[in-house]
Design a protein around this ligand. Sequence first.
Ligand SMILES: C[S@@+](CC[C@H](N)C(=O)[O-])C[C@H]1O[C@@H](n2cnc3c(N)ncnc32)[C@H](O)[C@@H]1O
Length: 210
Amino acid sequence: MNNRNEHYSSEFPNVKVKIHTISESLRRHLYIFKTVTGVFSFRKIDLGTKILIEHMVIPGEPSVLLDLGCGYGPIGVVLSYESPESLVFLIDINKHAIWCTKENIKINLRNNRNIRIFSGNYFEPIKAKNLKFNGIFMNPPLRQGRKEFLTLLHIIPNFLESNGSFQFVIKKKMGAPFVLNYLKKEFPSKKVDIICKRSGYWVFRCFQEE
Ligand SMILES: C[S@@+](CC[C@H](N)C(=O)[O-])C[C@H]1O[C@@H](n2cnc3c(N)ncnc32)[C@H](O)[C@@H]1O
């Protein structure tokens, strides 16, 4: 992918679309995911995504959860399967990813009444709804640099309930130690935990109150 229009973060990636199928066991349940060329990690679940899914802390009670930058939907699908009483939102800018997410919800979840899917730029599609989440989950797009993600870190707390947390995964080589220092410096009164370090990936949980 050498052109901006072919990148997975494009609204409509300019690639020849071919459907792929991924089967993956996550949190001891087997999922089948439909993906298409041009969507992030369309051949195989990304290792960072898998590590986040295996270690993310899912609230025990019915909650309002968000998979931000959902791609073909693995994080949000697992959140909904594990917490069927929760209302799960999924958002992505890539329209092909949103098509896959809709398919993957039909394939993997029997009761999909508690799911809301939006296509658009981060919180823009839901900003009129005044929503606050008990958990926001993300494998952030960092291929084009960290700046956008660092800006997002300042927006996220506005969308969290007081007990809510932001959980995300970053590869050590892609700047996880930098992000940890940045969070500590920019949000000195907020909690920041690394809930797992595995295979070069760090899973963060931050902004939750003590
Ligand atoms: C690293 S991928 C993770 C995808 C998926 N969550 C997964 O783990 O397989 C990041 C996702 O963020 C999406 N994205 C990039 N910029 C975005 C934006 N401005 N608003 C919403 N989604 C965006 C990309 O299209 C991509 O699907």
